[in-house]
Design a protein around this ligand. Sequence first.
Ligand code: ADP
Length: 196
Amino acid sequence: MLLGPPGAGKGTQAQVIAGRLGVPAISTGDIFRANVSGQTELGKQAKSYMDAGDLVPDEITVAMVKDRLAETDAKGGFLLDGFPRTIAQGEQLRGSLQELGHHLDCVLELVVDEDELVRRLSGRRMLVDGEWVQRDDDKPETVRHRLEVYREQTAPLSGFYASEGLLAQIDAIGSIEEVTARAMAALERPGQSDDS
Ligand code: ADP
């Protein structure tokens, strides 16, 4: 599972690492965004929270992840990106994994300081239908709020997984390839931090 603040590069690294490991990357942010564009019931429920930079309530998110983990392509393993994001989600994930006969092998925390995160997020653009657009929740006000939400609600998961001996922290500043190399090395030794 990948842990880290908005803008740390979780989405990018999730794609690359999952490709190397031959498992699906399961990103709750991507699932929510696909549902918002598809105007599904789930998308309608999630949209106002996402636009405000708040977390979508746990009861919606946890059920969605549980269904996704039960799909066939996740049977041989998976990489979680953006979930869990609260201690309560972490506890519920533990239960869901037990029911499915799975367990977490490693929690990889991407470490980036806040100034760099603000720089990255406010400059970030995504290609949609051939045009570069800014995500609604990358506007400066919302970015600051998302970072606050991360500090208050998500960052405590670092200690939660450290106490289980699953945490590996890596420096996520550098090129995509450099960060991937650190991530792949850290996956070999969960429970230890990167000193480089
Ligand atoms: P980032 O990591 O850059 O904030 P994500 O794509 O992971 O972006 O998430 C975008 C938004 O989707 C979040 O701000 C939140 O509203 C919602 N979201 C994603 N994952 C979760 C989750 N596990 N619990 C609650 N809300 C979530």
